[in-house]
Design a binder for this molecule. Structure first.
Ligand code: RAM
Length: 366
């Protein structure tokens, strides 16, 4: 999928918070919390080890899907959820968005257990840890629930498929390239991450570190360290302050989390280091607009979290409908997003990231 095609769809999921919040609330109350009887759909589910993919099959109607983000109250996941709810509606299914308020694996376990015990056909999960959720996910799968991770994966043995936003290398390379561009190719950078065990964050940080160590373009860049804001606004704000105090010569902060970059931008915008210390990373245009306008941030990147939510729904529904099993090479059509092929280890990848700056940020609304 090309960037252009991907981004043309963004206005379809405008983040008009009041209207969407109301629509979502109505949709969720109509679903009654997704309590589909586990006996009424014995065909779907990953425990069916004899499942054979039928690429010509239709999506089943009446499927129940639950999205479990890393934590609720994060605009990134709310955008994914709003778009996911629309697709589930189009497919004639039931949808629930549920999860903890803190981004920890231990808090996610009880939500996984609950939706599984409710007989939910498909769990769409952004994981706070690669391994700690595996035993509850295995129980869910044994009970017939299809487990699709999106955004942040678990160990490949614990789920049926992973819907990746972007290839990890592309994310890490984009992040270090933006930072290098913004500090003239040399200087000290620090990373403000989310939680220490988040699979996606750690994969991207690994790529940044490897690029700094091995890519001659970044020979003059030094990594001062990594701080963790836990995808909490206040903690991310304080960690930004800590990074700046501990590294008085810091040239740039890379924050590969939408929560972290917004909090760091808020800190920098009212500090005397605004414009002195570059800030880049992964953010939503709506959260970052004011900081691009006031000169705190030059450029950052992201993908469309709405499309990520849509693709997660189609992937989960395709497995639950036996259109695919999650094996490499299988193909399925994800509505208007088009055709996707399952890659190695059951990974389905949305597309490349896009960069946002003063020239284009007003073209986006999410
Ligand atoms: C935060 C979360 C999420 C990540 C985005 C970029 O919202 O950490 O997992 O993908 O940022």
């Amino acid at each position: 999928m090309s960037i252009g095609r991907s981004l043309q769809r963004i206005p379809v999921h405008p983040a008009a918070p009041a209207a969407i919040g109301l629509a979502l609330a109505l949709a969720l109350s109509a679903c009654g919390g997704t309590t589909q009887d586990s006996q009424d759909d014995t065909d779907s589910g990953s425990d069916d080890s004899d499942a054979v993919a039928d690429p010509d099959a239709d999506y089943e109607s009446g499927l129940s899907l639950a999205m479990l983000p890393k934590s609720v109250n994060n605009p990134y996941f709310e955008t994914s959820s709003e778009a996911a709810a629309e697709v589930v509606d189009e497919l004639g299914g039931d949808y629930e968005y549920t999860g903890p308020s803190d981004a920890t694996a231990s808090s996610q376990v009880s939500y996984i257990n609950t939706v599984s015990q409710q007989g939910t056909d498909v769990i769409l999960l952004s994981a706070n840890d690669p391994n700690a959720l595996c035993s509850s996910l295995e129980q869910a799968r044994a009970a017939g629930t299809v487990v699709v991770t999106f955004d942040s994966d678990v160990d490949a043995d614990c789920r049926d498929a992973f819907v990746s936003q972007v290839d990890d290398d592309a994310v890490g390379e984009t992040l270090i390239e933006m930072a290098a561009e913004q500090i003239g190719g040399s200087g000290t950078v620090a990373i403000l991450s989310a939680t220490a065990n988040a699979t996606n964050q750690n994969a991207w940080i690994d790529v940044i570190e490897e690029q700094i160590e091995t890519n001659p373009d970044y020979a003059d860049i030094e990594l001062a360290g990594v701080a963790y804001g836990d995808d909490e606004d206040e903690k991310s704000f304080q960690e930004t302050q800590g990074l700046l105090q501990a590294n008085p010569d810091l040239d740039a902060i890379i924050s590969p989390t939408t929560v972290g970059i917004a909090a760091a931008a808020r800190y920098l915008s009212s500090s005397d280091q605004q414009g002195e210390v570059a800030l880049t990373g992964l953010g939503t245009p709506n959260q970052m607009r004011e900081y691009v306008e006031d000169g705190t941030v030059t450029e950052f990147a992201l993908w469309d979290p709405g499309e990520l939510g849509e693709l997660a729904v189609y992937t989960g529904a395709a497995i639950a409908s036996n259109i695919i099993t999650g094996a490499e090479g299988e193909t399925f059509t994800a509505g208007d997003l088009g055709e996707y092929t399952v890659g190695e280890d059951g990974v389905v990848t949305l597309g490349p990231p896009a960069r946002f700056n003063a020239e284009n940020i007003d073209d986006y609304d999410f």
